[in-house]
Design a binder for this molecule. Structure first.
Ligand SMILES: [Zn+2]
Length: 122
């Protein structure tokens, strides 16, 4: 059985030629876990199976994001990180156990900017 290429997983070649290829090395003795490779693929050449740069094993769970998708994901993760940090700050006593609900992790909107925020000096 032939393994699908990363591009097969995507279904069709994306319009954005700057790609972020990601996979996971499942070899227990390998130090690598997640592997990200940034590529430019202006000609739409087929992308071979992803290999771990440390042990050479084929990476599991390969997937590809366009540069636009990658940036959107990074921004969404940054927003959820801020929301979790705000929840913990507002609901945790100093030295207390840090617990936050899943809803804090799922919240993707940004809180409103407090009045005078941009005039404050850090
Ligand atoms: Zn590996």
């Amino acid at each position: 059985m032939t393994r699908p290429s990363v591009m097969d997983l995507r279904g069709s070649f994306p319009l954005d030629a700057l790609l972020h290829l990601e996979g996971y090395c499942a070899v227990p003795t390998c130090m690598a876990r997640e592997v990200t490779i940034y590529v430019k693929n202006y000609d739409g050449d087929p992308i071979p199976d992803l290999k771990c740069p440390l042990c050479g094993a084929t990476l599991a769970r390969p997937h590809v994001l366009t540069s636009t998708e990658y940036v959107a994901r990074e921004k969404r993760q940054a927003r959820t990180s801020v929301n979790v940090q705000m929840y913990v700050r507002d609901h945790t006593e100093p030295g207390g156990l840090v617990i936050y609900p899943a809803s804090a992790m799922r919240r993707e909107d940004l809180p409103p900017t407090p009045p005078g925020w941009w005039e404050k000096q850090p």
